[in-house]
Design a protein around this ligand. Structure first.
Ligand code: SF4
Ligand code: SF4
Ligand code: SF4
Length: 277
C-alpha cells in the first residue's frame, strides 16, 4: 500500500508540487498558485499550498483507506485501487456529486465551467505510475526539501515516528494514521503549528473555534454514510439517478455533435484551400 508523508516543518512553500501536478496531469496552467481565502483546490488544481504566518501546508486528496466518496457513489465511479490510490472513472460518473458532499476533507471538485462536467481530484498519479511512465507522484518527485515523500504506508509511518521521536519540535501525532479510518496521505507537524492549523486548513468543516473538524474522528466515514444512504428512500435515489443520467446523456450528445461539426468545418476548410490552390 503506497502513501505520501508530508512533513509540514520541511515545506518552504515553493509550490513546485502544484506546478508538477499540473504538468503531469495536463491541467490548466493559467490558474493562480497562491490562495488567500479559499483552499486553492479546483478542477484544475489537484493540490494546493496554503500559508499561515511562516508555515506552509499542501492540501490534496487523502486517499482514505475507507473512502467516503467511494461509499456514496451509486455507480462505482470512484474506487480505491490495490496501490492505495483512490481513482475516478469518468465514463461511469453520473454527475450526482454525492462524493463532493460525502468527502470529509472537501476534496472532489466539479468542472462547473464545462458543458460536460466531470469530478476532478488528485489520483496519486495512479495512471502514470501504473503505466510505468513515472515511479512516484510528480509532486513528491519534485519537492526540493523532501517535505512530501512517497513510499510504502508502513515505512512512512515508521519514518514519521522516527522523526517525532528524534526531535522534540514535533507534535506527537501522525495525522491520517487513524483519522477517518486511516488515510494514505499522512502529515506530521510541529508543536508550534499544532492541530488547529491542520484542522482549519485541511478540513471542509474545520473551524478550530467550534471544534468540529474531522481529524478527531477515527471512525471510518463509510460506516456513517452507509446508515445515511440506507435512510434515503430508494425511489428518491432512483429518480435522482434517472434525471442525472438523462442530463448526462443529453450533454454528451451535444458534445459529440459539436465535435462532429468542428471536424466537418476543418474538412471543408481544407477542401476549400485545396480547391483554391
Ligand atoms: S479525501 Fe475525500 S476524495 Fe479523497 S479518498 Fe477520502 S473521501 Fe475520497
Ligand atoms: S499525487 Fe499526482 S495527482 Fe496527486 S497532487 Fe501529487 S502530482 Fe497531483
Ligand atoms: S514542493 Fe515541497 S517544499 Fe515546495 S511547496 Fe510543495 S511540499 Fe512544500
Amino acid at each position: 500500500m503506497k502513501a505520501i508523508l508530508t512533513d509540514v516543518t520541511k515545506c518552504i512553500g515553493c509550490a513546485a508540487c502544484v506546478t508538477a501536478c499540473k504538468e503531469t496531469n495536463n491541467l490548466d496552467k493559467g490558474k493562480p498558485r497562491e490562495w488567500q481565502k479559499s483552499d486553492g483546490l479546483s478542477s484544475d488544481n489537484w493540490t494546493s499550498v496554503l500559508r499561515k504566518n511562516d508555515t506552509y501546508i499542501r492540501k490534496q486528496c487523502r486517499h482514505c483507506l475507507e473512502p467516503a466518496c467511494e461509499s456514496v457513489c451509486p455507480v462505482g465511479a470512484l474506487h480505491r485501487t490495490e496501490s492505495g490510490a483512490v481513482v475516478y472513472d469518468e465514463d461511469k460518473c453520473l454527475g450526482c456529486r454525492y462524493c463532493m458532499m460525502a468527502c470529509p476533507y472537501g476534496i472532489p471538485r466539479y468542472e462547473w465551467d464545462s458543458p460536460v462536467p466531470y469530478i476532478r481530484k488528485c489520483i496519486m498519479c495512479h495512471d502514470n505510475i501504473a503505466a510505468g511512465i513515472i515511479d512516484q507522484p510528480a509532486c513528491t518527485n519534485i519537492c526540493p526539501t523532501q517535505a512530501t515523500i512517497y513510499g510504502n504506508r508502513d515505512d512512512l509511518i515508521k519514518e514519521a515516528k522516527r522523526r517525532i521521536k528524534s526531535d522534540p519540535k514535533y507534535l506527537d501525532h501522525i495525522y491520517g494514521e487513524t483519522e477517518v479510518g486511516g488515510t494514505n496521505v499522512i502529515y506530521i507537524t510541529s508543536k508550534d503549528e499544532k492541530l488547529d492549523f491542520l484542522t482549519y486548513y485541511t478540513n471542509r468543516l474545520g473551524d478550530p473555534e467550534k471544534k468540529y473538524g474531522y481529524p478527531d474522528i477515527t471512525q471510518s466515514i463509510p460506516e456513517t454514510t452507509k446508515i445515511a444512504m440506507k435512510s434515503v428512500p430508494p425511489a428518491f435515489l432512483g429518480m435522482g439517478a434517472i434525471m442525472t443520467g438523462a442530463y448526462w446523456i443529453v450533454q454528451r450528445r451535444m458534445k459529440i455533435e459539436k465535435a462532429n461539426k468542428d471536424a466537418n468545418k476543418v474538412n471543408n476548410d481544407k477542401n476549400n484551400e485545396v480547391g483554391n490552390g
